[in-house]
Design a binder for this molecule. Structure first.
Ligand SMILES: C[S@@+](CC[C@H](N)C(=O)[O-])C[C@H]1O[C@@H](n2cnc3c(N)ncnc32)[C@H](O)[C@@H]1O
Length: 261
């Protein structure tokens, strides 16, 4: 992580971010109140958090292949499952926000690039059993742990693909008709982020959402985020600091929002 980029943008976000009182768009106002400001818990949160708690206590080490931008917190490829869980999985607040977003937008097909041990996949899949979650993880040992977690909670609507994102786009992507909800949470580099977006673009439609994680992780990621927000087809972009949301609704005046969560 580029700490200077992160801190500068954190302070800028603090100054610019609004709550519901500063939102004039009815679409974003509704989304804010139902998803971003909503804190109502669901029973399934406890089940997923108990899996996270066990992983955080695991003494086991595994040797992984890092296919992404690397980790500043975990330099070696021999990593503790507890550390992988701690440093890569979305924290409860953000994972539960993804649950609410799925509940609110009711997507049928969700694509997640970056499964890790499966915490965010489980939150998204739990939100709507009729939604199909396709999640892609390159490392075989990490993917195995994620699959064990999905099986423990008997998820039937998660399809885990253990391949690099690049191999997934080459061999599996054509079989997907359309994408309603995409969460890009792996390989946080400028060129990869833009490349993945360009690959998924033909399958998006006017009700799709694309979520880009860690938009301030590095200058490169911030550059990618700003370029995506500037695209003509992106009509609404929302920056909650931890991640950014892109919407493609026609008939909207192009607008960018900095929102507090
Ligand atoms: C930040 S973690 C995902 C966290 C997960 N979404 C969650 O919040 O629970 C990113 C994952 O993407 C995987 N990854 C990164 N680059 C990849 C690539 N090019 N192909 C496949 N997997 C990749 C890493 O192995 C890592 O497990």
């Amino acid at each position: 992580m580029d700490s200077v980029n992160y801190i500068i943008n954190f302070l800028k976000h603090k100054l610019k971010a609004k709550n519901q009182h500063g939102i004039h768009s009815p679409f974003v106002f509704d989304l804010y109140n139902n998803v971003l400001a909503n804190r109502i818990p669901f029973y399934i949160f406890d089940d997923i958090e108990s899996i996270r708690a066990k992983l955080l206590l695991s003494p086991q080490n595994i040797t992984i292949t890092d296919l992404g931008a690397g980790s500043k917190k975990m330099a070696s490829n021999r990593r503790k499952i507890a550390d992988i869980t701690k440093y890569t999985s979305k924290k409860p607040k953000i994972a539960q926000l993804l649950f609410r977003l799925v509940n609110y937008l009711k997507p049928q097909t969700i694509l997640e690039l970056g499964t890790s041990v499966g915490i965010s996949s489980m939150y998204m899949a739990a939100s709507n059993s009729r939604a199909k979650v396709i999640t892609v993880e390159g490392d075989p040992k990490i993917a195995q742990i994620a699959q064990i977690n999905f099986d423990k909670l008997k998820f039937k609507n998660i399809r885990l693909i253990n391949k690099s994102f690049e191999a997934f786009f080459e061999h599996d992507f054509d079989k997907i008709d359309r994408l309603d909800f995409v969460f890009i949470d792996g390989n946080h580099q400028y060129a990869s982020t833009i490349n993945y977006f360009n690959k998924i673009k033909p399958k998006l439609h006017e009700k799709s959402i694309v979520i880009i994680d860690d938009i301030y992780w590095s200058k490169e990621m911030t550059k990618a985020w700003k370029e995506l927000c500037a695209l003509l087809e992106v009509t609404v972009s929302i920056d909650i600091f931890e991640m950014g949301f892109l919407f493609f609704k026609p008939g909207q005046v192009k607008e960018h929002f900095f929102l507090k969560i």
